[in-house]
Design a protein around this ligand. Sequence first.
Ligand code: HEM
Length: 79
Amino acid sequence: MACHTFPDVAWPRGALGPSLENFGGQGLIAGRLPNQPGVLMQFVRSAPAMVPGTAMPVMPMSDQEARDVTAYLLQLKSR
Ligand code: HEM
């Protein structure tokens, strides 16, 4: 929330990272990785390992949390 904007979340609307309001309709993650569930699960936890030099930090979470976050992100569509 501090770094990204999500649909239906009025505040905070973070702007350091890209808006995730239409993320489910997007072809690429960070402009370079295919937007597929397995890849996204790794990216949300370990972005710097997948995109060296990225400003997106490591976000420690359990396997279940990473699955839930991935499912949430993939259904985001701008409305
Ligand atoms: C669990 C929390 C988070 C999730 C689920 C998440 C998710 C994502 C996703 C899906 C992307 C790819 C966006 C795109 O390709 O359009 C992204 C990129 C990014 N995120 Fe996050 N993020 C989280 C936390 C954060 C935090 C805390 C920060 C800031 C400190 C941050 C900063 C960024 C930045 C700068 C990018 C651009 C990466 C690049 O293009 O190299 N994220 N994030």
